[in-house]
Ligand binder design. Structure first.
Ligand SMILES: [Ca+2]
Ligand SMILES: [Ca+2]
Ligand SMILES: [Ca+2]
Length: 364
């Protein structure tokens, strides 16, 4: 007995309207798209697209039915990554372009197979592609609206609580910030599932990609402004969690205030400008031995600037001493001395042996 063939009706031509399967009618399946899904997931060897038409459907029925069943099985376990937004991006925090972040958001459940994806960038002309991250693992959170947080290592300097990113990215080159593009793609970079372009007419590269997340497959035109990098504000997708892309120009806007980023576990991080480290504990405009004495008196305890807390941690400890050393001879704060004079020998002895030892020597 021949098993029941799943009734399917290939869409004529290429798989231009990739949104069909996600949007509902299971009898209207874009078969090459289903094959690509499996290929992206590494479940089957690379297969070339095959032309299908209704005349050859009976010949291809069994093979097609098996492939379709496998594809639907893949859907059943929700193992995919394609239905994803580039939700929020910042190119730098308060001018520090080494602190960057990209937040993705799942447009449906089961989009956590990030090992099959990658995030890339191109410059204003659409050239000189940079692999920002190949997102080399899968994530636990896979519900509609779940986020994927990808940051540079320095991004954690600007969050209100200790940052936990899902992936660490290479920095987007600063020269790409005026006009450029970030794309969410499969691992090989052969298919773009979402793109975000900025810089208005300054961006001259392609804005097209798969129609999985944008019905006409064109994410352009770009937003008119540069990628934000000189404040705490990020560029934020304005649509709902399951929304498709329309155009970057219509879809994105700056956050109203300090951006809030969220990781896959649902933890949120609000951007903040950290207090400037200063070892000028007596606030007389110079970091010197008098400041060291203040630190020494309170080392190991709690306190504020006047007690020797250089990094505003609430504690007076070795981290504050390290800041004092780095700022010795300067005015403190950001104006760290370019040439740090060596502390005199008595102080160096204290640095080596710590506050307790100094107290024993009666230097207090
Ligand atoms: Ca579009
Ligand atoms: Ca001082
Ligand atoms: Ca401290």
């Amino acid at each position: 007995m021949i098993g029941p063939l799943v009734a399917f009706q290939p869409i004529a031509g290429s798989c231009a309207r990739r949104g069909r399967l996600e949007s509902g009618n299971p009898t209207q399946v874009c078969l090459p798209k289903a094959i690509e899904d499996l290929r992206d997931l590494g479940r089957i060897p690379i297969m070339k697209r095959m032309p299908f038409d209704l005349g050859t459907i009976s010949v291809l029925g069994i093979v097609g039915g098996a492939l379709l069943t496998a594809a639907l099985d893949a859907r059943r376990v929700d193992a995919s990554f394609h239905l994803m937004q580039i939700e929020q991006v910042i190119g730098g925090v308060n001018g520090d372009t080494s602190a960057q972040a990209i937040q993705l958001r799942m447009r449906a459940g089961g989009q956590s197979i990030l090992s099959a994806a990658s995030v890339r960038a191109v410059d204003a002309s659409g050239a000189n592609e940079v692999l920002l991250d190949n997102t080399d693992r899968n994530l636990a959170g896979s519900s509609l609206g779940d986020r994927v947080l990808i940051t540079t290592p320095n991004f954690d300097k600007y969050t209100d609580v200790a940052l936990v990113s899902d992936f660490t990215m290479a920095p987007l080159p600063a020269s790409y910030l005026a006009a450029g593009q970030i794309t969410f793609e499969n691992s090989s970079g052969s298919t773009t599932y979402w793109s975000l372009s900025w810089g208005g007419a300054g961006f001259t590269g392609s804005t097209t990609g798969s129609a999985t997340n944008d019905l006409d497959g064109d994410f352009g035109p770009p937003i008119e402004i540069a990628l934000p990098s000189d404040s705490l504000q990020a560029l934020l997708f304005q649509g709902t969690a399951n929304a498709r892309s329309s155009t970057n120009l219509a879809d994105y806007a700056l956050t109203a205030g300090a951006a809030v980023f969220t990781n896959n576990a649902g933890n949120s991080f609000t951007l903040t400008q950290p207090a400037v480290d200063s070892a000028d504990f007596n606030e007389n405009g110079i970091v010197d031995g008098a400041d060291f004495v203040l630190w020494q008196r309170h080392a190991g305890g709690s306190g504020g600037l006047a007690e020797g807390d250089a990094n505003n941690s609430g504690n007076v400890d070795g981290d504050d001493l390290a800041i004092w050393r780095s700022q010795y001879g300067s005015s403190g704060g950001n104006a760290a001395a370019t040439a740090v004079p060596e502390p005199h020998s008595a102080l160096l002895a204290c640095l080596c042996s710590g506050a307790i030892a100094c107290r024993r020597k009666g230097l207090r």
